[in-house]
Design a protein around this ligand. Structure first.
Ligand code: NAG
Ligand code: NAG
Ligand code: NAG
Length: 395
């Protein structure tokens, strides 16, 4: 239990960009969000009911789910160890889905099951290895594990017994890798790693900052988003703006648009996580630089829906890409609900392409976004936590 800071101490640390006290739960979802979600489900309102039924049908959201904790997780081959990172992304999604199921239904058997998974990893995981891909694991699974725990900290028996141990593991294993990636970028040129590598580590370090009340970590990511050296910084990520022909809308070309659409879409799944986590702590990165994330999302969605978008040749130290890539065009990721809910439903902005992309994903999944396990067994289906219709839809 944390003692409240004396008021003088709170004000002493409060200034622009400096976070003194964190809201809990305050990563992807707040207490008010859970009140709204539970009310929609209890009233059997659509599309939330369909979203709920999708969640509770998921094999990861069952009390019988068996965790597979590892001592070291490997992603990418280091020539010696076999890759085992599927254990971590399956278990992270299970812990998150079970925590949601507890929080929305109030049935504690799901909290117990979620806590068992998180605690098993807290007492086993000592490191993440593999090829350079280990930095994808430190980012993607870092923010996902932290989000599961941020919900479950509201279940006192788990929080009292095991939140400290879990937070310690996140601080020892994930946080140093996140920070190392920003400072060293695996000893590559600063523009070598595509934006999603920075973005997933930003989502993770920010999430661990909130989970562990570490304002140094949280503020580092907010500043990196605005002024960082790597491709995850917003002006490098959405680096070219256009005015859409026939409307006054901004469209923003993403850093991975010329690479392939699987990664171009992933970038916006991750930006949504970063901006939502920050927003729930009082920092509006969605609005930063005249809604730059929205401009990028509209461009990404418009192209993936089959429309033409303007394109400017992209060059970094490794490649020149003179045309937009149509590889994996139409890539389906459960991520549009978060972005559309914020920009359109909450802020009243025109997010029509993002909305159409959301609707495509929702219709392909039978009326609501699914989550990990609903999009195949490969890692891409677990890059985002999903279930956004249930969790983010406002109207
Ligand atoms: C706390 O973690 C330990 C070790 O994994 C586990 O045995 C115990 O059941 C956990 N307690 C709760 C309340 O989750
Ligand atoms: C907080 O995060 C920073 C990284 O920004 C890290 O160096 C520091 O050790 C963390 N503090 C604690 C108490 O874990
Ligand atoms: C929103 O923007 C699209 C173009 O991107 C435009 O066709 C549509 O009319 C706009 N909607 C409103 C309500 O202004």
């Amino acid at each position: 239990m944390r003692l409240p800071l004396p008021i003088a101490a709170v004000f002493a640390f409060a200034s622009v960009n400096v976070k003194a006290a964190f809201v809990h739960p305050g990563l992807l979802h707040t207490a008010a969000d859970f009140t709204r979600i539970a009310a929609n489900v209890n009233a059997k309102k659509e599309p939330w009911l369909t979203g709920w039924n999708k969640l509770i049908a998921n094999s990861h959201a069952q009390t019988t789910y068996a965790a597979r904790p590892q001592t070291v997780v490997y992603r990418g081959s280091d020539g010696t160890h076999s890759e085992n990172y599927g254990t971590l992304y399956n278990d992270a999604h299970a812990a998150y889905q079970l925590a949601l199921r507890w929080k929305i239904s109030g049935d504690t058997q799901y909290a117990v099951a979620s806590g068992k998974i998180l605690s098993a990893w807290a007492s086993s995981l000592t490191g993440i290895g593999g090829s350079s891909d280990k930095f994808l694991a430190s980012g993607i699974y870092g923010y996902q594990m932290a989000n599961a725990a941020e919900i479950l900290r509201g279940y006192a028996p788990w929080a009292n017994a095991n939140l400290t141990a879990f937070s310690g593991m996140m601080t020892r294993v994930f946080l140093p890798m996140n920070l190392d990636f920003f400072t060293r970028h695996n000893d590559a040129k600063i523009d070598h790693y595509w934006a999603n590598w920075d973005l997933c580590n930003m989502a993770s370090m920010m999430a661990i900052g909130v989970l562990t009340d570490n304002s140094t970590a949280f503020n580092y990511v907010v500043n990196y988003f605005k002024t960082g050296a790597g491709n995850g910084a917003i002006d490098k990520m959405v680096w070219k703006l256009y005015t859409e022909a026939g409307s006054s809308k901004s469209l923003g070309q993403g850093q991975e648009a010329g690479r392939d659409q699987g990664h171009a879409t992933l970038d916006f799944a991750l930006l949504g996580v970063i901006a939502q986590q920050a927003y729930n702590q009082g920092q509006d990165l969605f609005a930063y630089e005249s809604n730059k994330i929205l401009a990028g999302s509209e461009y990404m969605a418009k192209y993936n829906l089959g429309n033409d978008v303007p394109y400017t040749s992209y060059t970094n130290s490794d490649v020149t890409q003179s045309v937009i890539s149509d590889a994996s065009r139409g890539n389906i990721r459960p991520m549009g609900e978060l972005l559309f809910a914020h920009y359109s439903s909450l802020k009243g902005l025109n997010a029509s392409w993002t909305g159409q992309y959301r609707d495509l994903v929702v219709s392909q999944a039978g009326g609501a976004e699914g989550g990990g396990g609903d999009y195949g067994s490969n890692s891409g289906g677990y890059d985002q936590l999903g279930h956004g219709t249930l969790l983010f839809r406002l109207k």
